[in-house]
Design a protein around this ligand. Structure first.
Ligand SMILES: NC(=O)c1ccc[n+]([C@@H]2O[C@H](COP(=O)([O-])OP(=O)(O)OC[C@H]3O[C@@H](n4cnc5c(N)ncnc54)[C@H](OP(=O)(O)O)[C@@H]3O)[C@@H](O)[C@H]2O)c1
Length: 281
């Protein structure tokens, strides 16, 4: 999802998108070959095993991709003289705070996904002390499985849905995050930066606003996460402070303002998909 947004938004520089088909980040040789081929000024590592429950069920895979894969990329970047921007997560925190997480707060992950990303952050800072670690949260955007897409699909066939109201975070539109990442690379950013859209909400608030803006009349009812037990525990509160981003002169829009762009982009891709299917007969 974020990789596609970066390729869409990044103009004016020579960009190469590398997917798992070209290089499995678990394989150091494939990573080295891919990086030495283009010797980039910057590498943005957006690849990860992002299925939070999948990571809990298979922590070995989580660690292989999210920690050791990131280490492979950092070592290859160091060898090629490339700068690295690593995309990390609000899930490096346990959610026990009641004020926004600052970049100086200790990592306290409570699930395997968060641990695998927190371990990567620590190792990358040793391999490439000047690398930039961008923590973000609750990503949504075109071309990927994300919360607004799921809500719109489910609501299309239901009069009423229930959504959890006891987890609070910052929804972040991939296109806006891509713009922030591009600016951070161009300004030579180093260290940890928290980058999310402004404002915060619960998943219940988010669902209500998605349906309101999409003009869908399905009723959304609040519920609690203990009603839907899942393999991985989620932090109850994972709002990331915008202070580190503002130091770089970047302010991201409030999340509600991004939804019209997402909804329009989603319906455009659905129309394109429907027309390509009808062309194929
Ligand atoms: N989604 C969120 O809510 C969220 C929140 C906070 C932070 N983040 C972070 O933001 C970044 C982007 O997330 P996203 O939601 O855009 O991810 P995504 O849509 O799940 O995409 C992840 C990408 O990583 C690739 N990948 C997985 N395993 C790989 C491997 N072994 N080698 C090479 N590529 C591999 C996948 O390729 P294939 O499909 O080909 O396997 C996929 O293209 C990630 O670092 C994630 O941890 C995400």
């Amino acid at each position: 999802m974020l990789g596609k947004a970066l390729l869409h938004q990044w103009t004016g520089d020579d960009i190469t998108g590398i997917g798992s088909a070209q290089a499995d980040i678990r394989n150091p040789d494939q990573v080295r070959t891919a990086i030495e081929h283009s010797k980039p000024d910057w590498i943005v590592l957006a690849a990860a095993y992002t299925d939070v429950d999948g990571c809990e069920i298979n922590p070995t895979l989580a660690s292989a991709v999210n920690t050791h894969g990131a280490v492979n990329v950092a070592k290859a970047a160091a060898r090629a003289g490339s700068k690295l921007l690593f995309v990390s997560t609000d899930y490096v925190f346990d959610g026990k705070k009641d004020s926004p997480y600052e970049t100086t707060d200790a990592r306290t992950p409570i699930n395997a996904y968060g641990r695998s990303k927190a371990d990567a952050e620590e190792k990358l800072a040793q391999i490439l002390p000047d690398c930039c670690i961008v923590r973000t949260s609750w990503l949504f955007g075109p071309g990927g499985k994300c919360f607004p897409d799921t809500i719109l699909k489910v609501a299309a066939n239901r009069k009423e849905i229930e959504v959890v109201n006891d987890q609070r975070g910052c929804p972040t539109y991939t296109m806006d995050l891509a713009d922030a990442i591009i600016q951070l690379c161009r300004s030579g950013a180093k260290g940890i930066v928290h980058a999310t859209n402004s404002g915060d909400c619960t998943w219940f608030d988010f669902a209500k606003e998605i349906l309101r803006q999409a003009g869908v009349s399905t009723t959304v009812k609040p519920t609690m996460s203990d009603k839907y037990v899942r393999p991985a525990e989620r932090p109850k509160y994972s709002i990331l402070s915008p202070v580190s981003l503002s130091i770089h002169g970047i302010k991201m829009r409030v999340w509600q303002e991004t939804l019209p762009d997402y909804i329009e982009e989603r319906s455009r891709s659905n129309i394109e998909l429907a027309s390509s299917l009808s062309d194929r007969g």
